[in-house]
Ligand binder design. Structure first.
Ligand code: SF4
Ligand code: SF4
Ligand code: SF4
Length: 179
């Protein structure tokens, strides 16, 4: 089975937030909520500090604590690429998943269920890139199968220094940031 993930080049991200706007439009994200966001983080040690600009979202973790915590099975791994999804009809809004996610990637939708990034599974199943990836003006985001050694994402990870967020949390995130 494929393992879908993203590789994001922080050296190319200009923080324009086009990815955030594209996600809101594509997924009808209600006003005041977000499935993705831009974070600016200072890295390194003075005087060699740098500003890393990152587009963040659910990491579609391979060892997802939100899936384990969910009492109803609403949070689950999709059979396409291990994408972590929430079945809105099964969600009872208990927020156990929100408490378990170390990335603060989830929110309670005004309609009562928990929502988050879906990796735009509706587009991916049609062979398209996620909306955020497709609109990035600097082409800093890449989406693909991390388990395919010939995929663009695998080649980027094999050729560039990178990191993931909170690897110490043990969730095996599937979004990687090129340094
Ligand atoms: Fe679950 Fe959070 Fe990982 Fe997404 S980032 S799969 S919501 S633990
Ligand atoms: Fe599962 Fe919904 Fe509870 Fe989250 S809020 S743990 S998705 S039932
Ligand atoms: Fe939003 Fe889709 Fe990008 Fe996830 S993959 S942040 S749902 S546009």
């Amino acid at each position: 089975m494929a393992r879908f993930g993203m590789v994001i080049d922080t050296a190319k991200c200009v923080g324009c937030a086009d990815c955030v706007v594209a996600c809101e439009t594509e997924n009808n994200v209600p006003e005041g909520y977000a499935r993705d966001w831009i974070k600016q983080v200072a890295t390194g040690k003075f005087p060699n500090t740098q500003l890393e600009i990152r587009s963040e979202r659910c990491n579609h973790c391979s060892d997802a604590p939100c899936v384990t915590a969910c009492p109803t099975g609403a949070s689950h791994f999709h059979d396409v690429g291990g994408i972590v999804l929430v079945d809105h009809n099964e969600c009872i809004g208990c927020k156990a998943c929100i408490a378990s996610c170390p990335y603060d990637a989830r929110f309670v939708h005004p309609e009562g269920y928990v929502d988050k990034c879906t990796f735009c599974v509706h587009r991916v199943e049609e062979g398209l890139d996620p909306a955020c990836v497709s609109v990035c003006p600097t082409h800093c985001m890449h989406f693909g199968d991390l388990d395919d050694p010939n995929s663009e994402v695998s080649k980027l990870l094999n050729s560039r220094k990178h990191h993931s967020l909170l690897p110490e949390a043990g969730t095996k995130p599937n979004i990687f940031y090129l340094i």
